[in-house]
Design a protein around this ligand. Structure first.
Ligand SMILES: O=P(O)(O)OC[C@H]1O[C@H](OP(=O)(O)OP(=O)(O)O)[C@H](O)[C@@H]1O
Length: 165
């Protein structure tokens, strides 16, 4: 199956996080923000700033492929958030929904929001900013670097030379 890529720049990420923060203003006040690490950390920082939340907690969910057929495990519990009442959970992306399901079980009363959501997991969110197709891989700014790309003409010339060899 062909994979499509969607590149998100720092500017886009900041813009989308502010759009999310704006949508969350009517839900204020929140006691605090819980970032789903690691992808939720930067969006959570931006949103906590916008919503004036000083209490920022984290939850970390890891799925080890080799153990118990990929059972997701909470390796850092969000103790300061109790059962989630009054708290806002932030992640960058909901894909299959595996992580979101575990987070919601741990924080059943929290409000769950993310920047990007794919169809398989989007129902597990209370709010998201952008829908992403299931077959699209989101390239976040912390996972990418600008690289030199040769001009198309160079590529075409190389191809022609290889054919002649
Ligand atoms: O809906 P899912 O299929 O569970 O995928 C979504 C999760 O995957 C990513 O985290 P990842 O596990 O890559 O860890 P990281 O954020 O620490 O890189 C993302 O930040 C979400 O938390």
């Amino acid at each position: 199956m062909a994979v499509n890529y969607a590149t998100v720049t720092w500017d886009q990420l900041h813009r989308d996080a502010r759009i999310l923060a704006e949508a969350l203003v009517p839900k204020m006040p929140f006691k605090g923000v819980v970032a789903v690490t690691r992808g939720g950390l930067i969006p959570a920082a931006i949103i906590a700033r916008e919503l004036n939340c000083r209490l920022v907690e984290t939850i970390s969910v890891v799925t080890y492929d080799e153990e118990e057929r990929g059972k997701p495990t909470i390796i850092k519990s969000p103790d300061a958030a109790g059962d989630g009442e009054g708290f806002l959970v932030i992640d960058d992306l909901v894909d299959s929904g595996v992580t979101a399901r575990v987070v919601r079980e741990r924080l059943p009363k929290a409000y769950f929001a993310c920047l990007y959501a794919k169809p398989a997991g989007m129902k597990l969110t209370n709010h998201f900013v952008v829908e992403v197709p299931q077959d699209t891989w989101v390239l976040f700014p912390w996972d990418t670097a600008p690289l030199f790309v040769p001009p198309l003409a160079t590529k075409a010339m190389d191809k022609a030379e290889n054919k002649a060899d």
